[in-house]
Design a protein. Structure first.
Ligand code: MD3
Ligand code: FE
Length: 215
């Protein structure tokens, strides 16, 4: 059974998107029975909201956070903060199910020492998108980022270090996990407009969790 894959060193569920960027198809599925209820609890404490960019645009993706720090944007800029600006309270703690999933994925991708302190929760409704950008608000770019896709499938765009590098497209589906580290950590990426659909456990939405070492 294992011998077939061992012999050819091929794992059909594992795909290298670029040096340091590893796609683990379905990796979150064994965790979803614990992750989805934990997600609902976090959102009850820190509801989704549409944040405003420094340029004054309201984002089509709704966001929340859990962990010691959360990513926020407003007219004064992008940053990580310990308090939810909507409630004035600290962000909810990282649920143990979230942490277990993030550590297992990072370990599988070769980052056994990853200790996330921030989890950004993105909610896409049909039509929502995230334009091409780099993630560089974190203090130390040597930490990887672990991304978990849940709900409706999305088209993910993955470019290079320069905004005009060619982009490749990947379908990210319910349960897929990507670990981004090494040279790909600062690559441009985005998500195209979400197509309408109905996911059996989440309905008409896509949720993405990104775990980071932000502080
Ligand atoms: C590639 N989120 O929140 S996660 C983000 O699906 C973000 O919601 C997308 O980009 C989403 O910043 C994509 C995948 C991801 C996250 C971080 C990366 C891809 C990355 C960092 C470097 C390169
Ligand atoms: Fe990003």
């Amino acid at each position: 059974m294992t011998d077939l894959f061992a012999k050819f060193a091929i794992d059909p569920w594992r795909e290298t998107m670029a040096e340091g960027a590893i796609l683990l198809r379905g990796f979150a599925l064994p965790f979803e029975d614990r992750v989805l209820p934990a997600l609902r609890e976090v959102i009850a404490q820190a509801p989704f909201r549409h944040m405003v960019t420094p340029g004054g645009y309201t984002m089509s993706v709704a966001m929340s956070n859990c962990g010691a720090a959360g990513w926020v944007t407003d007219r004064s800029g992008y940053r990580y903060g310990r308090l939810d600006p909507e409630t004035g309270r600290p962000w909810p703690a990282l649920p143990s199910a979230f942490l277990a999933l993030a550590l297992a994925a990072a370990t599988e991708a070769g980052y056994p020492d990853f200790r996330p302190d921030a989890c950004l929760i993105n909610r896409y409704e049909p039509g929502a998108k995230l334009s091409l950008h780099q993630d560089k608000d974190e203090r130390d770019h040597s930490h990887p980022i672990v991304s978990v896709s849940l709900g409706l499938p999305a088209t993910f765009q993955f470019g290079g270090l320069n905004r005009n590098d060619p982009v490749r497209k990947y379908a990210l589906r319910h349960g897929d996990v990507v670990v981004w580290g090494g040279p790909s950590r600062l690559f441009y990426h985005g998500v195209t407009e979400l197509k309408d659909g109905d996911h059996e456990s989440l309905g008409r939405v896509r949720i993405n969790l990104t775990f980071r070492g932000a502080l």
